[in-house]
Design a protein around this ligand. Structure first.
Ligand SMILES: *[C@@H]1O[C@H](CO)[C@@H](O)[C@H](O)[C@H]1NC(C)=O
Ligand SMILES: *[C@@H]1O[C@H](CO)[C@@H](O)[C@H](O)[C@H]1NC(C)=O
Ligand SMILES: *[C@@H]1O[C@H](CO)[C@@H](O)[C@H](O)[C@H]1NC(C)=O
Ligand SMILES: *[C@@H]1O[C@H](CO)[C@@H](O)[C@H](O)[C@H]1NC(C)=O
Ligand SMILES: *[C@@H]1O[C@H](CO)[C@@H](O)[C@H](O)[C@H]1NC(C)=O
Ligand SMILES: *[C@@H]1O[C@H](CO)[C@@H](O)[C@H](O)[C@H]1NC(C)=O
Ligand SMILES: *[C@@H]1O[C@H](CO)[C@@H](O)[C@H](O)[C@H]1NC(C)=O
Length: 432
């Protein structure tokens, strides 16, 4: 990848990439605005507006942590606060599929260069075809989820749809879980993954399938057994003729001058309190289900579907969710240049009584009492795609997805780099 210095808006503090920091969830003394859960809509913009460009900024300022010359989709942070990004091949080849970011604007293929592109005839379980995301688990292992679908094709390559785990320190490959080809039907498209290390004998992985039918997958990390559930149900399928909004403009799919509609199914995923949360991309809907239902082979599809909870719409299309250890689930609200969040646990930081749930306090909030709130809204948030929590910070990458050729009239590429990843203080660690 290119390495060059980039100009940043003056109010952005450039993050010095510290190689090692103690885990300490108090606000860093050099960062004044660690108030993520205090409404702060007047940080920089007068209201009522006095100028056509007075859009409200919500939340604390963002710290830029990495600058990419190409648009990334996936992001992970390791215990040294080093960032990893994925450059998937959904709209064409990319030289490196997964990179580590040694500095603000430099990148190196990770774990190495030779794994980045399967060679013709190579066993597709041993190399990258089209990695969508990289995530850190609670045992500090890094996981890559590969859709196995080569650029321009619709079906996963044999043995290509898979999860691979790696040691974060040595970069050594540890294990590969190939999604069996019996589950590839109707263009299964593995998109995002979260790992629960303490479920079952050796943990389980949960994966969203963003195909037009949509589904969720669960993989038993002890045995490799894989289950595909909720296939082509209303809770994984996109809205009919969905039209989203981006930077104030409605978004369609375009083939030259021919209009169609996004059909992306289940996409963002997060684990919180024993539940799997996911959003359907071409919709403003999200859902949850107890993880125990998704991993239970003995249930019928109807029983699994009956266990799905629909708390409410979330007010935005999204391509990414994540969760912290204080019960919050974060939503990359791409239609609003924002990150939203929901408290699934009552906490002293919650200052409003809602329904019968008192302010402050403790305990689980019932899904019907969830309130979607705004963590941060900023013009800099140009389609946050993946997010990860580490050491008090929420990190996310941005990629301007809606400005890519498939979503622009005449298929122009309206994306303009650099594509900056940011972090914002949330004062929590990752959900475990
Ligand atoms: C860790 O947090 C404490 C307050 O809880 C603070 O006094 C100390 O300076 C912090 N250390 C670092 C390295 O940030
Ligand atoms: C919002 O405006 C009020 C009144 O000017 C001010 O007291 C307050 O500090 C402002 N809040 C923020 C977060 O800037
Ligand atoms: C993490 O940081 C420690 C302390 O600086 C260093 O010894 C170690 O090599 C780093 N690990 C990686 C994988 O960068
Ligand atoms: C690249 O990494 C993979 C996974 O760890 C490993 O199998 C392979 O031998 C490595 N290749 C080189 C040239 O180091
Ligand atoms: C998914 O379900 C819808 C609604 O029942 C149906 O119209 C569609 O054909 C199904 N898709 C597949 C791939 O089976
Ligand atoms: C776009 O339209 C052209 C011309 O009608 C057609 O040949 C092509 O298959 C279409 N592409 C897609 C991805 O639908
Ligand atoms: C992981 O599974 C364990 C055991 O069921 C559960 O207690 C825990 O809440 C789950 N973790 C998350 C983040 O949901």
């Amino acid at each position: 990848m290119r390495s060059k210095s980039l100009l940043l808006p003056p109010f952005l503090s450039l993050l010095p990439l510290v190689q090692s920091q103690p885990s300490n969830l108090s606000c860093p003394s050099n960062f004044q605005t660690c108030l993520p859960f205090v409404p702060s809509s007047n940080l920089s913009t007068p209201f009522p507006p006095t100028s056509p460009t007075d859009y409200g900024v919500i939340g604390p300022p963002l710290q830029a942590v990495h600058s990419s010359s190409s648009p990334p989709t996936g992001l992970a942070v390791d215990p040294n606060q080093t960032i990893y990004l994925t450059y998937p091949r959904n709209s064409g080849p990319t030289p490196y599929n997964v990179v580590i970011c040694p500095s603000f604007s430099t990148e190196q293929p990770w774990p190495n260069a030779s794994i980045q592109n399967c060679a013709p005839g190579q066993d597709a379980s041993t190399c990258f075809i089209n990695v969508q995301n990289v995530v850190l688990d609670a045992q500090n292992q890094l996981w890559v989820v590969d859709s196995g679908i080569p650029p321009g094709e619709k079906e996963a390559r044999e043995h290509g749809a898979k999860l691979m785990s790696f040691d974060w320190q040595t970069k050594a490959w540890k294990r590969t879980y190939v999604i069996p080809s019996a589950l590839y039907y109707d263009s299964m498209n593995a998109n995002d993954v979260r790992i629960n290390n303490t479920l079952g004998a050796n943990g389980w992985a949960f994966i969203t399938d963003e195909s037009a039918a949509g589904s969720l997958l669960a993989i038993d990390l002890a045995t490799g057994h894989a289950i595909r559930r909720l296939y082509n149900t209303t809770v994984t399928r996109p809205d009919d003729k969905y039209v989203g909004v981006y930077n104030g403009a409605p978004v369609y799919l375009w083939n030259g001058t021919r209009k169609s509609y996004a059909t992306t199914g289940a996409d963002g995923i997060a684990l919180q309190g024993g539940n799997v949360y996911w959003g359907v991309l071409a919709s403003r809907r999200w859902y949850s289900i107890p993880q125990a239902l998704l991993i239970d082979d003995t249930l019928t599809d109807e029983q699994v579907l009956a266990g799905v909870v629909f708390p409410s719409q979330i007010g935005s299309e999204q391509a990414g969710l994540t969760a912290d250890d204080k019960g919050r689930v974060y939503i990359c609200a791409s239609e609003h240049n924002a990150i939203f969040y929901v408290d699934t646990l009552a906490a002293p930081t919650i200052s409003e009584e809602v329904d019968a749930v008192a302010a402050g306090g403790s305990g689980v909030v019932a899904p019907e009492d969830f309130v979607v709130r705004t963590l941060v809204r900023s013009a800099l948030v140009q389609h946050a795609d993946s997010a990860a929590v580490w050491d008090g910070w929420l990190y996310f990458c941005t990629n301007q997805l809606e400005l890519a050729p498939a979503r622009q009239y005449g298929n122009v590429d309206a994306r303009r780099g650099p594509f900056v990843s940011y972090r914002v203080w949330v004062g929590a660690g990752p959900a475990v």
